[in-house]
Every structure is written in C-alpha cells, then in structure tokens.
Write a protein that binds this ligand. Structure first.
Ligand code: GDP
Length: 446
C-alpha cells in the first residue's frame, strides 16, 4: 500500500493530526496538502502537547519526511519559528521539506484579510464569514491572479523584487504595509535560511511511490469548508477534499489506495455559517466543556452540536471515503442517549438525506430529524486500559451500535476509533468484507 489520504469529513478540528500521527508510525512520508497557518493539528506526546500549524504530522516521527506541500500557502517566518520551537523541545525527529511551488503568505495578506472582513461587515453587519484573519484567503487569491510569490522566489532576489513590485501595485487600497525594501531584505534572509529545505517535492514523492514507500496525505480544514462544495461563502479558500489533496501534493489519482475520512462522534464548527445540528443550549455547552472545544490556533470557542449523518453522507460521496476514523467517542460517555441526525426537513417540506443545498441560507433553515441511540458509559482509566489491551471487543456494545449505524447510514466502514487525545488512545477495528482498498489499509496498519 502506498498512498493514503486523510481528510476531515466535517468542519475541521476532527483530530486529523492525531490520526495522521498514529498512521505515520508506518509511513515514510507525510504531506500537508493545503491551507497555511490557519490549521492547528494537536498531538499529545508523552513529552507534552504539540500543535502543528504548517508542518506535517510526520516531522514528529524518526525516519519520516514531513512535506509542506505545493498546495499550501506558507508563512515563512512562522514556519521557521515552528521548526525552531520543535528543535528546542527535542521533538523534531523527522525531516522537514518544503515545496518550492508552495505560495508565500506575506504580512500584507493578513492586513488584506482584515480589510476584506471589515468591508463585508460594513456592507452588511453580521455578514462576516468568520475568517481567522491570517491572510489565507488573500494569499490564495493572489496565487490565482498569478501575481503571488512562491517559496522558490525567496532564493532568487532579483525575481523576488520584480514580483513584489507587481504585487505591491495591486495593494494600493491597503495601509500599513511594510516598506518593500525591508520586505525584500527580510524575505531574502528567511529564504536563505530555509533554502536547504526547499525542494521540488512532487518528484520526491513520485520517486518514493516508485520505491513502494508509504505516503500519507494530511488534509487541513475539511470537506464542508471546501471552497466549491462547502457552505459557501462560509468556507476556506482551498480544496480540503481528497481531490484537493492530490492537487496539493502532485500525486496522481491512480496512485491512491485508501481515503480515510475523519469525523468526531458529534459536530463542531468555528466561526459563522450554517450548522443544522448546532445545540445552543445545555447540551452544546456540555460538548464544549467535556470536549475542550476551543480552536487550537485562534482559541475561539467552537460551536457544538450532534453528529450529522446527512453531512457525513455528502462528505463520503464527495471524497470517496474507503473508511472512517471516528474520534472523541469518550466525550459522549455517560449520556443516556446520543442523538444523530439522519435527515433534514427543508422549509418547503421536502427531505434531504445526502445532498446539501448550494445556498447557505437554505441550509441554515434545514430542520434536523434525529434518531436517538442508547448512550455508553464514561471512559474511566480502567475501561481505557481494557480497550488498549483487548481492542475493539472491549468497546461498550452501545458504542459499537453507534458505529454500526454510521456505517449503515453512509455505506462506509469505521476503521479507527479515538477514545482520548493520547497517542495510545486510538484503535483500529477489523473491517473485513469492505472494499479492497479498505482491507489494504487494514493490512497496512496492522
Ligand atoms: P485537527 O485540526 O483536525 O487535527 O484537530 P484539532 O487538533 O484542532 O482538534 C482535536 C482536539 O481533540 C485536540 O485537542 C486533540 O488533542 C483532541 N482529541 C483528539 N482525539 C481525541 C479523542 O479521541 N478524544 C478526546 N477527548 N480528545 C481528542
């Protein structure tokens, strides 16, 4: 088995980082395929918590190359800091490689992000789309406009100056930009420090595939935030889907063996946008408190609600999931019953089971129809120890029923279950009888 794609099935923060780190124990390459410093993948090591923003989860494992891929927009000063912080903590065990084709996120993009958000709010108070104001959207827009700066330009001062000259000419609506000469100097310096890591990563990965090396593609953000298929305009500016992971790495579709969708046992969302199963009452507060639902990058409180199988079916069809990783099942432990949304009733009385309306306003009016499944006991340390020792058969039967319902409703087997944030709190279930690629993934990690 060579290439496995790991992508989020909801609105982000599903624990893609933890699952990728788990699988990376058996991989040679892990590639971050999109996004930038807006991501925050939390991984709990024995040495403490690590939050990876622009580095791939593989950098924490010896013998693994962590690639920050061509689909990313990279803030060079922040990624240098991230590398140094890991080195200082003695946790940089893999190798860091950065794609020469990745675009550069500049301080002016952050200023532009704020300017755009203010403009939206001015025109229509309450219409902010909830961006992190980290400059991700404007950096992707400049990439599409073809006046973006790429990492390769940082090591070529004459080209860098020429390109910045054009870019600055497009930003006359912004104030407070750093003088161009200062920026050219700073970027040149950071570029020469990062230069040994900046490489043509697509050919590195093609060679790895030819050798039979194992590669994980680690998506950032998630399916429902896809710029085309998510809840536009409350979305990110890239394609956090399995197709996007291929474009964001340069790996062709024919090389992919498995596509793993990561979902929490409930749903969360950061920022604005429709969220049919949101619970703004006591239950939502319970999920936020017990699940520790605050953004790893922004610290913002996440909106919380129940598992939405309409969204999971949509994400499964969009991404072609061969299996699911369901995380944070421990958070629901102790509830008498666990509601899951099986369909929506739309304002015109029609029902929706696996399609989402293209208008965010219509989705916001969808009424969730819940099935109430029996809950499972709290996960005390003794129960966790049993699961570590005995595997899936030690999971409570009502939790197994919950996982089976996910498969019945989506047609996708559940292959991994997360029952705590720790590295040893993920187990793999047997998924016999699934599609060959899923069986392959089972063999791959077993
Ligand atoms: P990512 O961006 O998709 O990698 O997700 P985040 O790191 O933003 O958020 C996931 C959060 O849940 C992190 O704080 C993880 O440490 C934590 N976490 C991951 N898996 C589990 C789990 O199975 N149970 C619990 N209780 N917490 C988990």
């Amino acid at each position: 088995m060579t290439v496995t794609v790991v992508v989020g099935a909801q609105f982000g923060d599903e624990a893609k980082g933890k699952i990728t780190d788990f699988l990376a124990a058996d991989a040679q390459y892990v590639v971050r395929t999109g996004g930038g410093p807006n991501a925050g993948h939390s991984i709990h090591l024995a040495e403490g918590l690590v939050i990876l923003h622009q580095l791939a989860a593989g950098v924490l494992r010896k013998g693994v190359v962590g690639v920050s891929g061509p689909g990313m927009v990279i803030q060079p000063f922040a990624i240098e800091q991230e590398i140094q912080d890991l080195e200082r903590r003695g946790l940089l065990r893999g190798e860091v490689v950065l794609s020469d084709r990745a675009h550069v996120l500049l301080p002016l993009h952050e200023i532009e992000d704020g300017w755009q958000d203010d403009l939206r709010a001015q025109k229509n108070p309450g219409a902010g789309i909830g961006t992190t104001r980290r400059g991700i959207g404007p950096a992707y827009a400049d990439r599409a406009a073809r006046w973006g700066i790429r990492l390769t330009d940082l090591t070529r001062p004459a080209i860098l100056r020429e390109r910045l000259d054009v870019l600055y000419a497009t930003k006359t609506h912004l104030t407070g930009l750093p003088p161009m000469d200062t920026l050219v100097g700073d970027l040149g310096e950071v570029g020469s420090r990062l230069a040994p890591r900046i490489r043509p990563t697509e050919s590195l990965l093609w060679d790895a595939i030819a050798r039979g090396d194992r590669i994980l593609l680690e998506g950032a953000q998630s399916a429902l935030l896809d710029v085309d298929f998510g809840t536009y305009p409350y979305v990110t500016s890239s394609h956090p889907t399995s197709a996007g992971a291929l474009i964001g790495s340069g790996i062709p579709p024919t090389e992919v063996d498995a596509i793993l969708g990561v979902s929490k046992a409930y749903t969360t969302r950061v920022g604005s946008g429709p969220f049919p199963t949101e619970d703004t009452g006591e239950s939502g507060e319970f999920l936020r408190r017990v699940g520790g639902e605050r953004g790893a990058t922004t610290g913002r409180a996440r909106r919380c609600g129940w598992l939405d199988l309409v969204m999971l079916r949509y994400a499964a069809r969009l991404n072609g999931f061969t299996s699911f990783a369901i995380t944070k099942v421990d958070v629901l432990g102790g509830l008498d019953e666990v509601p899951v949304c099986v369909q929506y009733v739309m304002p015109d009385g029609s029902t929706a089971r696996d399609v989402l309306p293209s208008q965010a306003d219509d989705l916001a009016k969808a009424q969730p129809v819940y099935e109430r499944l029996p809950g499972w006991p709290e996960f005390h340390e003794r129960a966790k120890e049993r699961i570590r020792r005995e595997g899936a058969r030690a999971l409570p039967s009502t939790l197994r029923r919950f996982l089976t319902r996910i498969t019945e409703e989506t047609g996708v087997p559940v292959e991994f279950v997360g029952f705590g944030p720790g590295r040893d709190e993920t187990i793999r279930l047997e998924v016999g009888g699934g599609p060959s690629s899923t069986a392959g993934l089972a063999a791959w990690t077993g």
